[in-house]
Ligand binder design. Structure first.
Ligand code: ADP
Ligand code: MG
Length: 452
């Protein structure tokens, strides 16, 4: 077996499941050293990463490897002996560079100035009925940044292409006008740089840098909920850019109206330009996505297999990609197409019936996170809407998704009477039917539940 290909396959899979930063930190400079007596031996650059990989990723790596070759029984990690012997200095640096290049993973090539990932471009962005509004708005922004839609606010559930789209806009503007200053910031990053510069007394400098931009892209802006300082600073930066006709692009997992704990003035800024949503791709688009991604990777899978994936994986594009990757890995490692049976086996963990993948804990966690309330507060006997709404939604979802009995649900909420539970379930069901916003909230929470 080709060990290099095998490890590339593992990396391709792991990369889907962890953040780019984690991936770069732990998997650069790793490779398979040997495969003997059923044991795959993985070389790591130092003892710290050896331990970390063992503990955090050992099991996952084995799980990825086993379906590919049933002779693989275990994975062991070793500090690469060749490396430790090498003299320090230049040699190691060169060595590191080599293996990073060898990885060939674009995630490791994020542009330092813009923070943009070169992988996210329009050329590989598929447009269908589910995202055409957002795509059209994106094109209008590229055409004349700062003029048409400001801000552009894109929202939709997990794995549907928000990050890809907003980064593609940035990459295209930069390509068309290299002199333009473009910056991509995930909201968590924006929050941390603001907090840090307040601490270090360098907020004025930061303000200046941000205000000199031509295009500012903030991804997952919903995370600034409850972060008052960041909201304050961001509000002023926003105004300053806006007044100078500089383009602002925001993405979020929900409509501005549904972001809790942001100031009204910021909310109204978010709504002041163009709001475009991305929904889930239909069957045709799922087929198109699978075909294109297969071509990109130079792997052709039988139509029957592609259709099986498109039929069974409907929630989001990230899952489609991850399913396709598993099959590609299998094909490369075994030098033959997977059969339908192989496919079912390989995708078992992605395609599972809802009742198997969720449980009360996950539902309560997803609702808590969605409404951004402190853990446990939904169990308080409080009539405050802040807590009572999440509680009612959680009750409704426990009923709908897990078919728990009303009294069982009541017991989970400090022994609430089953009539209270019935009332909550009916109320939420009715509101979701009549009110589009509530309907969307439920959809988004469901996506969270099933994608975590
Ligand atoms: P989100 O930010 O909405 O969670 P991402 O932008 O990270 O989703 O997309 C998840 C994965 O799916 C990425 O690998 C991305 O490249 C891919 N993807 C998303 N939308 C499209 C699309 N329209 N065409 C091709 N690939 C897509
Ligand atoms: Mg994203």
């Amino acid at each position: 077996m080709d060990l290099e290909n095998l490890w590339q396959s593992v990396l391709a899979q792991i990369q889907l499941d962890i953040s780019p930063a984690n991936f770069a930190t732990w998997f650069a400079n790793t490779k398979i050293l040997s495969f003997e007596d059923g044991i795959i031996s993985v070389a790591t650059p130092n003892s710290f990463s050896k331990e970390w990989l063992e503990q955090k990723y050992g099991k996952d790596i084995l799980k990825i490897l086993q379906p590919l070759d049933k002779n693989i029984k275990a994975v062991s990690f070793v500090v690469d002996p060749r490396k430790t012997k090498k003299a320090p200095g230049k040699k190691i640096a060169e060595n590191d560079k080599d293996s990073t290049e060898q990885l060939g993973f674009k995630e490791l090539e994020i542009n330092k100035e813009t923070n943009l990932n070169p992988r996210y471009v329009f050329d590989n962005f598929i447009v269908g009925p589910f995202n055409e509004l957002a795509f059209a708005a994106a094109m209008a922004v590229v055409e004349e940044p700062g003029k048409n839609y400001n801000p552009l606010f894109v929202y939709g559930g997990v794995g549907l292409g928000k990050t890809h789209l907003v980064q593609a806009i940035g990459n295209k503007i930069k390509e068309d006008s290299p002199e333009k200053k473009v910056k991509y910031l995930p909201a968590e990053k924006l929050i941390s740089i603001i907090v840090n510069s307040i601490k270090k007394n360098s907020i004025e400098e930061l303000k200046k840098t941000l205000r000199e931009l031509d295009v500012l892209i903030v991804d997952d802006i919903q995370f600034i909920a409850g972060k008052d300082k960041t909201q304050e600073e961001f509000f002023h930066t926003f105004n300053s850019l806006y007044q100078k006709n500089k383009q602002i692009i925001l993405s979020s997992d929900r409509h501005p109206n549904a972001i809790p704990a942001i100031t009204e003035r910021l909310k109204s800024r978010f709504k002041g330009g163009m709001i475009a949503d991305i929904s889930s791709p239909d069957f045709e688009t799922r087929m198109a996505i699978l075909k294109q991604k297969g071509e990109e990777k130079g792997v052709d899978l039988p139509k029957e297999i592609i259709e099986f994936i498109a039929n069974n994986i409907q929630r989001n594009i990230r899952e489609l990609e991850s399913a396709l990757n598993r099959l590609i890995i299998f094909k490369k490692a075994n030098n033959k197409n997977p059969t339908l049976e192989d496919t079912k086996k390989l995708l078992k963990t992605i395609i599972v019936s809802p009742s198997k993948v969720t449980n009360p804990k996950k539902i309560i966690q997803a609702v808590t996170e969605f409404y951004d309330i402190p853990n446990g507060t939904m169990f308080f006997t409080s009539r405050k809407k802040e807590f009572s709404k999440p509680r009612q939604v959680a009750m409704f979802l426990l009923k709908k998704e897990l078919k728990l009995s009303y009294s069982e649900i009541g017991r989970k909420f400090e022994g609430k009477d089953h009539t209270t539970v019935i009332h909550a379930c009916q109320l939420i069901e009715k509101t979701a039917e009549e009110d589009e916003k509530m309907h969307q909230e439920i959809e988004l929470i469901l996506q969270r539940i099933y994608s975590s």
